[in-house]
Write a new protein. Structure first.
Length: 153
């Protein structure tokens, strides 16, 4: 349950245009609010964590409420260079690591954080913020924001 109500995830077979799409078994993921509100759809997403970390650097195309957006992620030794970003004409959300957890930044303003217990605390979140956090958690993108030195041990 989220501050905006229940959120659903629908995973479907994705468009397989290139040979690597067949090999990686790409999927289309749709995250939406149950009340028929906002919906976020990502095309050609891979569910395997190792492949996801490799392909997210190039980015994934998607739609949020019918408008295009791009999901990208960066992993680096320096914490300040690690992030997961959702960018488009109607969405600008970034999840970044900070000293003792993760921060959610929307349009340049910090709107939430994840506590030590692993629960997100969002003060008056928008639909886009809730949907991006849900996709972040369900896709297992947290590993991308950990230091590569410890993550790959």
């Amino acid at each position: 349950m989220t501050p905006r109500g229940e959120v659903t995830l629908i995973r479907e077979r994705g468009p397989r245009i290139r040979p690597e799409d067949h090999a990686d078994a790409v999927e289309s993921w749709t995250v939406s609010l149950r009340d028929g509100g906002a919906a976020l759809r990502v095309h050609r997403l891979v569910a395997t964590p190792l492949l996801l970390r490799w392909r997210i650097r190039k980015g994934f195309e998607g739609e949020v409420d019918g408008d295009p957006f791009r999901l990208t992620g960066r992993s680096a030794l320096r914490r300040s260079r690690r992030s997961v970003t959702y960018e488009g004409p109607t969405i600008d959300v970034r999840i970044v690591p900070r000293a003792f957890g993760l921060r959610l930044v929307e349009r340049g303003e910090e709107v939430g954080f994840r506590s030590f217990s692993g629960e997100w605390e969002l003060s008056d979140p928008t639909d886009h913020a809730v949907l991006t956090v849900c996709l972040f958690e369900w896709a297992g993108l947290e590993g991308l924001l950990r230091t590569p030195v410890l993550r790959d041990l």
